[in-house]
Design a protein around this ligand. Structure first.
Ligand code: MLC
Ligand code: AMP
Length: 508
């Protein structure tokens, strides 16, 4: 067993080796087993080397024990972990392999076959997750010293540039993000979280998995989100915590409504035994907050965060959780609002852009010094979100860019989708906008001008786009127009397009 790993979350696991860390389709796995498996991964990744020295190691592993064993193994060996989403089409995966110049990519089970062509094209070594964490190599071999400033992880996030940027966090950043949340929400080792979030974004990686493992708690992982399955797990009565995006609460409410009266009351009672249910990654509609309270008795705790900063603002664990608001700064996080004149906003009720400072804030965009510089203002990270203070709590008003869409909690760049749509053989021009939607928050909507004689249905567009873009980036609304609305300067007027789609709600 490892002596004293330099990665804080891993070092803490030594304190509770016999406790259950992860529950997945294969059963329960203890912290001791996780440590051993992670050590084996590290030894095999290192081979004859003494330190991966921040080599990027991508991994495509579904939620479960193997995911954490690989993540921890990469960290122990001194590498940078780059989690890939198993559901992404190959072009997205190849982009991340090439952008990070990954040294190797680790795939789990069937995903090995899926990744083989991408690994070959990107000239990246493909390794099997199962082989890596198989017990067998002798323990107590040398592992490198890991300083807090070492880069630990790269997560891809869409923004106002056409291609996603890699958000680099160090071990210090990750530790700060986790300790802020574990303190604010009083994580305990007897907590058990139901984890149904994707594991290539900060919500699933840090808030749910990271906080659980930091605390010696148990993380029960589902392969993905399914409302019926989540309700069944709540009904078993062992889960104490749940975290989700608003779309998931909308679906849970719909599933509850479809249940029989007896089942409804059983499910509602089960939720009352839980200690905390959290919503984030997108605005939680007040109706959803109210309906959830009616069904379960829980006032959802809404918090606000971003890949670059982890979590920044939160309603309190104890105290007033105010619907439509995201509360106050979390421990160790400093927040200010800045007006259009670049100066901090002084008065309550005055809107400004949220700027954030603290150890929680990321180091850089991977290999994009210009973008990194532009993201900071006097040492403060500029979120691009506009908010105001109302009776001491922050309320999010919206984003400063019309080109960023949030759908089902995923951030999508309109520019990125447009760039891909423009490569469609029948599309002459296009513009992509987010259109409000009660289930998704926003939907990706595309307005296109087709070449003369071409035709395009939504289904055809989706089939074509799914091979090139992640499912959540693929437009689910389509309008074929004679021309795009433009202003006198020739720029597409996106607000006008949004209105047009909103007026046609429900028409595909
Ligand atoms: C899936 N689809 C989406 C979508 N997710 N379309 C729009 N927006 C999305 N988010 C597509 C699928 O490709 C599919 O297409 C169709 O919609 C229906 O799929 P589904 O099976 O019904 O949806 P599902 O796969 O269940 O996904 C819904 C979801 C998922 C809510 C579970 O969107 C999700 O996991 N969201 C969480 C995202 C997240 O973790 N964000 C955190 C980012 S970090 P077809 O044609 O195949 O049927 C961050 C910071 C912070 O934001 O503050 O936390
Ligand atoms: P991402 O870049 O995927 O990490 O998404 C971060 C963005 O999600 C933020 O910049 C916000 O726009 C949005 N977001 C996160 N939490 C909330 C919330 N509680 N309310 C409104 N928007 C949110």
């Amino acid at each position: 067993m490892l002596e004293k790993p330099g990665v804080p979350i891993i070092a803490r696991a030594l304190k509770h080796t016999r406790r259950v860390a992860i529950l997945d389709g294969d059963g329960a796995h203890t912290y001791g087993e996780l440590l051993e498996a992670a050590e084996q991964v590290a030894f095999r990744l290192l081979g004859e080397r003494d330190d991966l020295r921040e080599a990027r190691v991508a991994f495509c592993v579904p939620p479960g024990f193997s995911y954490s064993a690989v993540q921890w193994g990469i960290w122990l060996a001194g590498g940078i972990a780059v989690p890939l989403f198993p559901g992404h089409p190959l072009p997205e995966i190849e982009y991340e392999l090439e952008d990070t110049a990954a040294a190797s990519v680790i795939a789990h089970g069937d995903l090995e076959a899926k990744l083989r062509p991408a690994a070959a094209r990107s000239r990246v070594a493909l390794l099997s997750a199962g082989d890596l964490h198989r017990i067998g190599l002798p323990g107590a071999r040398y592992l490198p010293k890991i300083e807090p400033e070492r880069r630990a992880q790269i997560l891809y996030t869409s923004g106002t540039t056409s291609r996603p940027k890699g958000v680099v966090t160090t071990h210090r950043n990750i530790t700060a993000q986790i300790t802020s949340l574990t303190a604010a929400w009083e994580w305990q080792e007897d907590d058990r979280i139901l984890h149904a979030l994707p594991l290539h974004h900060t919500h699933g990686i840090i808030n749910a998995l990271g906080c659980a493992l930091w605390s010696g708690a148990a993380c029960e992982m589902l392969p993905g989100f399914d409302a019926g399955q989540a309700w069944e797990r709540f009904a078993q009565g062992r889960v104490t915590l749940f975290m989700a995006v608003p779309t998931m609460y909308v679906r849970l409410i719909a599933a509850w409504r479809n249940a029989s009266p007896e089942k409804k009351s059983l499910l509602s009672r089960a939720c009352r035994r839980m200690r905390l249910m959290v919503s984030g990654s997108a605005a939680l509609p007040v109706e959803v907050f109210n309906e959830w309270q009616r069904i379960t008795g829980h006032r959802l705790l809404e918090r606000y965060g971003m890949t670059e900063i982890g979590m920044a603002l939160s309603n309190p664990l104890r105290g007033d959780r105010r619907p439509g608001h995201v509360g106050e700064p979390l421990p160790g996080v400093t927040v200010r609002l800045v007006g259009e004149d670049g100066l901090p906003v002084q008065a309550e009720g005055e809107p400004g852009e949220i700027e954030v400072r603290g150890d929680n804030v990321f180091l850089e965009y991977w290999q994009r010094p210009e973008a990194t510089r532009a993201a900071f203002h006097d040492g403060w990270f500029r979120t691009g979100d506009v908010a105001l203070l109302e009776r001491g709590y922050y309320r999010i008003l919206g984003r400063s860019s019309v080109d960023i869409i949030k759908t089902g909690g995923y951030k999508v760049s309109a520019l990125e989708v447009e760039e891909v749509l423009r490569t469609h053989p029948g599309i002459r021009e296009c513009a992509v906008v987010g259109v409000e939607d009660p289930e998704w928050g926003e939907r990706v909507a595309a307005a296109v001008v087709l070449d003369r004689g071409s035709s395009l249905s939504l289904e055809e567009l989706r089939d074509w786009a799914k091979e090139r873009l992640a499912g959540y980036k693929v437009p689910s609304r389509l309008a074929c127009l004679d021309e795009l609305p433009r202003n006198v300067l020739g720029k597409v007027t996106k607000p006008e397009l949004k209105k047009r789609f909103a007026g046609e709600a429900g028409q595909g």
